[in-house]
Design a protein around this ligand. Sequence first.
Ligand code: NDP
Length: 283
Amino acid sequence: MPLIRGAPLAAAIEEEVRRGVEALTAKGLRPRLVAVKAGDDPASELYLKRQAKSAERLGLRYDVEDCQAHAGVSDVLATLARLNAAQDVTGIIVQLPLPAGIDVATVQRHLDPRKDVEGVHPANLGELLDANPALPPCTAAAIVECQRATGIPVAGLDAVVIGRSRIVGRPVALMLTARDATVTVCHRGTRDLAAHTARADLVVLAAGKAGMLTPAMVKPGCTVIDVGINEVERDGKRGITGDADPAIADVAGWFTPTPGGVGPVTVALLWRNAVAAARMQTG
Ligand code: NDP
């Protein structure tokens, strides 16, 4: 069963990003990204370090603004206001999780939409209703890239998306609809999930529930794109798994592994958005 591996897809996007950064830098317009962090989540620290390394490799300037562990919403919004106004900052990332009590959507709404490299501001999400937004939400766009890698035309596919969050499930449903798939969005209120997945040519898993899609629930030969990230313990070791039962590999035609599937593509698309944002701001 063919795997949709994220690494080669990400490498191709990164090559395009490198060229984009070079072209902008040649004009004296080197993009600068700032990640805004609040709280003291250890996983975030690691993630930001990796992001900084990756940015450096691609020639992007990258800094972290630490609002400190006990930051409140006003501290985070004040930081965003400063970065929105700073001419040399071309992209802003809001690192999640934010401390308890800070509403993520409220913070994201305060980004300058032109600097919103994660594509999470309502103005950028709203662009999805029209066609291809300049700054699409990265994970949803990564799902589309993974599907494209199968070589199967999207038009006419019966697609089922499990999960309806504002940055993954709902945006990808709009993106697939725009590409002429017939899309069903499932969630916790869905009465009979298996009845929907059983007739799907494409299943997108974005629920965050390990093992929720079993081989018995899908049509043989279908494509399964698994966005879920779940921490599990196996043989006394902690690891990451997606939302699909790994045995799905026996029936699916195409399948994204976890880790190593959608994740690396998501990160590469963040850098693509970073170049697009810088280009837009510099005319
Ligand atoms: P959210 O928690 O915001 O949304 C989860 C969605 O799944 C909700 O719509 C929820 O339904 C639905 N859901 C949960 N359990 C079930 C169930 N048993 N049956 C049907 N629907 C269910 O998550 P996100 O969208 O932010 O992320 C989804 C997953 O993707 C997570 O595991 C996350 O870690 C991962 N992720 C991976 C990324 C990557 O690059 N690979 C990037 C971003 C996220 P309801 O609305 O009814 O509550």
